[in-house]
Design a protein around this ligand. Sequence first.
Ligand code: NDP
Length: 300
Amino acid sequence: MTAQIIDGKAYAASLRDRIAGHVARLKAEHGITPGLAVVIVGHDPGSQIYVTNKARQTLEVGMHSEKYELAEDTPEADVLALVERLNADPKIHGILVQLPVPRHIDPNKIIATISPAKDVDCFTPESVGKLQIGLPGPVSCTPLGCLMLLRDFVGDLAGKHAVIVGRSNLVGKPMAQLLLRENCTVTIAHSRTRDLAGIVRQADIVVAAVGRPSMIEGDWIKPGAAVIDVGINRIAAPEKGEGKTRIVGDVDYASAVELAGWITPVPGGVGPMTIACLLANTVTTASLINHLQPPKDLTP
Ligand code: NDP
């Protein structure tokens, strides 16, 4: 068997088209332009590229976009004051502070200051709690993207055994919540799990969110399973020339593709979905702030 490749790049493009449709309707029918503010502190080149992409895609779907680039030595109090100002700004429905922030700033204080109503990254305790009990609100972007891909490619997920490798607040835990809501039987594995290979071999769905290049081997994959590779790992690529690198996932793609039923490539799988889901969350928060039902196709 050779797996069906889950083309996250193409799916994300179609999702952005749908989001643009929802934005146009919010504008035409309710006079609301969803607005996203992105704040970056410091000059990490990776984060800069990411933030620039977010701002560009926000504009492309017709939303209002604001980008704040603050110097590396910006005092914590100034960042918190900016977040407070954005909390009160009616043009803004989503606030994202790009993490990591410089060491003199406490990320927990930033998260605690973001209004839960505008928490498009789903970081605040209130958003996490809503996700847990199934109340409407923003959903962690990467897990939401994984869920959309699974639903679209695999279909009904009820009764399937999902094994999530990784238990971070950003990916593993919210992914488990979402798959539980889909009526999967969920196992969460982590660095202290015994016999990881044996557990992954039982999975109908594997979500790998570890951050270790190609650690999940092809012969761990149950034939026909759906494999969602969240990992983004940069490794040396001497075949491309001296000092060159390339990106790989947490799954050994070449061997897993022979056994899986579906698989996301890296790059081009989950990655493009994350920003698209950030935009989806901004439509959701803009709707909820204005007491409207968020579009059903953008929420779990
Ligand atoms: P974290 O480092 O926060 O969490 C990694 C998890 O993997 C932890 O729960 C850890 O366990 C577990 N782990 C580490 N080593 C092992 C091991 N040997 N066996 C089993 N589990 C292990 O990472 P994130 O969740 O933030 O990110 C995971 C990966 O996903 C990274 O590569 C990241 O770059 C990528 N990513 C990709 C995104 C995208 O848009 N595609 C978005 C976000 C992340 P423990 O808790 O016990 O330490």
